[in-house]
Design a protein around this ligand. Structure first.
Ligand SMILES: [Zn+2]
Length: 228
């Protein structure tokens, strides 16, 4: 086997090192390196020169992956927090609206009876009971709730929102005559009404109870309930 010159081998070493030469060339270089110390040193020198860049490339590649991972997870978490932000904003907005509606329009607080005056409880010609109710704390009344318990106690509960509003110049519910059709209520509720209260079971004014005498309503009151 003719010995290949060191010059040729040294020319080929970079290709061998990069592993881009043919199998024949590779074998030839390896056979030469076993015998030639000088060429082996040359290869070691090549390795030493390229070692650092190769490692650096690896590091750079890793870094790039890390950066890619960071940026993609950052993107994902940014989308997440953006969606979170939208949801939280929507919830807050709903809460504010609910809070506003709740505080100003939700009729949940009952009016204490110490600001309520009930008078002129009487009976209309058609048999309905009529009474005058006045809430004199200067705030408007929004609604009346009707409830009856198992014992036949009927409660007319005046309700207003947590934030009460000043009474209007034309009072609606806070000042005036109201009637209740006892017989109709008994039919609707399937139970005899024993007493009618203004307020709640804990804080109430008795309007009427079974056996109580009801005077006939005055002509003036009678006329208020005839709308011909
Ligand atoms: Zn050689």
């Amino acid at each position: 086997m003719s010995k290949v010159s060191c010059e040729i081998i040294k020319d080929m070493l970079p290709l061998y090192y990069d592993d881009v030469c043919s199998d024949d060339s590779k074998r030839m270089v390896e056979e030469h390196l076993v015998e030639c110390h000088s060429c082996k040193l040359e290869l070691d020198r090549l390795k030493a020169n390229f070692k650092l860049p190769k490692e650096e490339i690896e590091i750079i590649r890793n870094d790039r992956n890390v950066i890619k991972n960071i940026s993609s997870s950052w993107n994902r978490s940014r989308v997440k927090s953006f969606m979170k932000g939208i949801i939280i904003s929507a919830l807050l907005f709903s809460l504010i609206i609910l809070g506003y509606v709740g505080l100003f329009h939700w009729n949940i607080t009952n009016v204490a009876t110490d600001v309520v005056e009930i008078k002129n409880v009487s009976e209309l010609a058609d048999g309905k009971m009529v009474y005058y109710a006045e809430i004199n704390d200067g705030y408007s009344l929004n609604t009346l709730k009707f409830d009856m318990d198992k014992e036949g106690n009927f409660y007319i509960t005046p309700l207003r929102p947590i934030i009460k509003q000043e009474a209007q110049s034309l009072p609606l519910l806070e000042k005036g005559y109201e009637f209740i059709d006892i017989k109709e209520q008994e039919v609707v509720r399937g139970k005899e009404i024993k007493a009618i209260y203004y307020g709640t079971p804990r804080d109430k004014i008795l309007i009427w109870e079974k056996g109580m005498y009801l005077p006939k309503a005055s002509e003036e009151i009678e006329n208020m309930f005839h709308f011909e």
